[in-house]
Design a protein around this ligand. Structure first.
Ligand SMILES: C[S@@+](CC[C@H](N)C(=O)[O-])C[C@H]1O[C@@H](n2cnc3c(N)ncnc32)[C@H](O)[C@@H]1O
Length: 268
């Protein structure tokens, strides 16, 4: 076992955060991550585009929410920092924006401590927590000290819930988070789907399972159910590259290359 700053990084096994980092062209990945990522790339040769346009949705949706006046963000399943990170986007629009990141992977914590430093006017903090334990996450001191739950908060769950299979009660988990937020809050989410490339995604699921990470794709209808009772903003549920693309290049990918749904909804 290799330790870094007291954190067991489990370098012998692939981690989803480090595989995603590899797909994004990052350098925070190791042999086991690259081996599993290589297998994924062999079945889905466009997977780096999938990762890149998923990340670009986070940029656009965060900017849109900050421009709409939301100044508090809770990002669960943050991933290894890849600039621009969510706090950089939000604090570029509003330097006073407050951001809390949460992830259950210790390597994300190790890097977040070093890299996720926000503006002096705003505040950026980090919680090591598991989305499957909403009560613990919502009770965390860092979260409560940084965000004011009596005011709107944008919750982002990007490329996260496909790692939470139905048997863990995924819909109930999301409802608990939604219930903790006041009217005017937002939910931004992306999620792997097999609606466009069923064969490739089935093989991708097998590769992640073999590497020790549960992965469940969800259909458009299953994805849409996460937003129940909230108002989807235009353009509704779409593959990532079709959510308010800001350039011809951003919109250029195909639905197969995305294979990830995206949406933003507001709490009435
Ligand atoms: C594919 S990355 C997504 C990163 C970022 N949200 C984005 O979309 O660019 C998924 C992240 O979710 C984290 N994750 C997976 N399962 C989790 C769980 N049960 N609780 C919290 N984080 C989790 C992983 O550690 C990883 O950092």
């Amino acid at each position: 076992m290799t330790d870094y700053d007291g954190v067991n990084l489990e370098l012998h096994r692939a981690h989803s955060a480090r595989m995603y980092d590899y797909f994004l062209g990052g350098i925070t990945n190791f042999a086991a991550d690259r081996e599993a990522a290589g297998k994924a790339k062999a079945v889905m040769p466009w997977i780096e585009t999938t990762a890149r346009i998923n990340r670009a949705f986070m940029h656009r949706s965060t900017r849109a929410l900050a421009e709409a006046g939301i100044d508090q963000f809770l990002d669960i399943g943050t991933g290894i920092p890849t600039s621009p990170n969510l706090h950089e986007i939000a604090q570029r629009v509003n330097p006073a924006a407050k951001v809390v990141y949460a992830d259950n992977d210790p390597i994300v914590l190790a890097h977040a401590k070093a890299l996720l430093i926000g503006t002096t006017e705003g505040r950026t903090s980090y919680v090591q927590a598991d989305v499957t334990d909403p009560a613990a996450l919502l009770a965390s001191a860092e979260l409560r000290e940084t965000l004011d739950f009596s005011r709107p908060i944008a919750l982002s769950l990007n490329a996260l819930l496909h790692f939470v299979p139905d048997e863990l009660g995924t819909y109930g988990i999301v409802e608990l988070f939604k219930g903790a937020l006041v009217s005017g809050s937002a939910l931004a989410m992306t999620h792997v789907t097999s609606d466009f490339a069923p064969g490739e995604i089935a093989r991708l699921v097998d590769i992640y399972q073999s590497a020790g990470t549960a992965l469940q794709s969800r259909s458009e209808q299953e994805f849409t159910r996460f937003f129940a009772g909230w108002d989807l903003v235009a353009p509704g549920v779409v593959p990532t590259q079709r959510w308010r693309p800001d350039s011809a290049k951003a919109a250029a990918a195909s639905d197969i290359e995305s294979s990830v749904y995206a949406a933003v909804a507001l709490k009435p």
